[in-house]
Design a protein around this ligand. Structure first.
Ligand code: BGC
Length: 437
């Protein structure tokens, strides 16, 4: 299918008119606007398996490593993607978010693989064939090993290298994409410095040094678990990378909505002199300001954070917790979305939201409990284009390995069988009704 046919078939939205506020305000408060995107997300490295030319594959193997276990075959999503798209469709969703693996498409600097571009093109077309809107993340944390071995995002040429990749990928794929994001959570590198305890920062430094030795490189830098000394320059180059990547994609297809996905917690002020606003200024404002230039902003929320005048306030005794010990607080999604829109001024697409728990009943209750406040924010005029749950399938959760379970579907790591959990039915029913009840 050529680009023109795709556009005609999908009515792809341009920058303007992505959201009709009158429609959201007027409609029944339990229903969502027509055309609302309901989806599930995955990311290449976490689901595909055998992403051997990537930086993270190496980090999983070196000693010392912060990774609990190697990613290995992951969910074998590289081979099994058609079944995954069938699953998204069968659940009643209309949107699938996935990412491109830069290391597969450009395994050596400047050498682009047509076969791999065709692979991702088949996924885009597979989405369209099932009436799923493809939301494509051009880079979800992992970079090619050669890129990391040349200093990764600390290298002055890194934004241009990323833009060259975006240009090549967009020329192959952009016609069929519904929404594109350049980078996934590039704002977390700064947050890590604050939330990682000092021994973990030291371990990150040691792991990156081991990877540098393995590649005979002077400096190995990655964006998943960065060396703390790299953080300031990483931030600067990631911002430039987003801008140049977006320009490259827009140059190929100007009417494709392009944004960036940010990790946004619902920061709340507790008592007088709360550090909340200072934290927002340091961690969110720079990126939310950059997002003003975009067509939309991807918001990814997992928690709230309460700040008093000394720092983070621990969850109340007895508050429900997820598997990582964080409080489960459904209203955080709407809080994060309201703030992100207030500062950025652009429409919001929830590109991730979920809960890591082995108890799927928690997830099944969490989804509608989070969507009701989100709908209320929309009634107040916050433009929200859609809701994409993290994740479609239990997967490789970075340094935590396969322990945390975020999936709407389980994964059998021997047979690769995916099995929908009850929460998948809950989200699917909401999507089919386009309403909470
Ligand atoms: C990331 C995902 C990750 C999820 C759950 C997000 O920060 O984008 O890659 O799996 O959180 O931990």
């Amino acid at each position: 299918m050529d680009r023109r046919t795709f556009l005609a078939a999908t009515g792809a939205a341009g920058a303007a008119g992505l959201f009709d506020p009158a429609m959201a305000a007027a409609a029944d408060s339990r229903r969502f606007p027509q055309g609302f995107l309901w989806g599930a997300a995955t990311a290449g490295h976490q689901i595909e398996g055998n992403n051997v030319a990537s930086d993270v594959w190496l980090l999983e193997q070196v000693k010392p490593t912060l990774f609990a276990e190697p990613s290995g075959d992951a969910g074998n999503g590289f081979a099994l993607w058609p079944g995954d798209l069938d699953l998204v469709h069968a659940l009643g969703l209309n949107t699938y978010r996935f990412s491109l693996e830069w290391a597969r498409i450009e395994p050596e600097p400047g050498q682009f693989s047509l076969a791999m571009l065709d692979h991702y093109q088949a996924i885009v077309e597979g989405c369209r064939a099932r009436n799923l809107t493809p939301v494509v993340t051009f880079n979800h944390f992992t970079t090619p090993r050669w890129f990391a071995a040349q200093g990764g995002w600390t290298h002055p040429d890194s934004p241009a290298r990323f833009a060259r990749f975006c240009d090549r990928a967009a020329r192959h794929l952009a016609a069929g994409i519904g929404y594109a994001t350049t980078l996934n959570e590039p704002n977390t590198v700064a947050i890590m410095q604050e939330v990682f305890p000092p021994p973990m920062l030291a371990a990150a430094r040691a792991m990156n040094a081991a990877a540098a030795r393995a590649c005979n490189a002077a400096h190995f830098a990655n964006a998943v678990v960065p060396d703390p000394g790299d953080i300031a320059v990483l931030q600067e180059n990631l911002v430039a990378g987003h801008r140049q990547g977006r320009a490259a994609i827009k140059a190929v297809r100007g009417d494709l909505p392009v944004g960036v996905s940010l990790a946004v917690s619902d920061d709340q002020a507790e008592g007088p002199g709360s550090l909340r606003d200072a934290r927002r200024k340091a961690f969110y404002e720079p990126w939310l300001t950059v997002a003003r230039e975009d067509d939309f902003l991807g918001v990814q929320n997992y928690a709230r954070a309460r700040w008093n005048d000394r720092g983070l306030v621990p969850p109340l005794a007895g508050a429900p917790r997820n598997a990582m010990g964080q409080e489960i607080y459904p209203a955080s999604l709407a809080g994060a979305v309201r703030h992100a829109h207030a500062v950025s001024g652009v429409p919001i697409l929830v590109t991730e939201h979920g809960v890591g728990t082995p108890d799927d009943a928690v997830r099944a209750a969490f989804i509608p409990a989070s969507l009701a406040p989100l709908r209320a924010a929309m009634a107040d005029g916050v433009p929200v284009l859609g809701y994409i749950h993290w994740s479609l399938i239990d997967n490789f959760e970075w340094i935590f390995g396969y322990g945390p379970k975020f999936g709407l579907c389980s994964l059998d790591r021997t047979t690769f069988e995916r099995r929908p959990k009850p929460s998948a039915g809950v989200l699917g029913a909401i999507a089919r009704r386009n309403g909470l009840d």
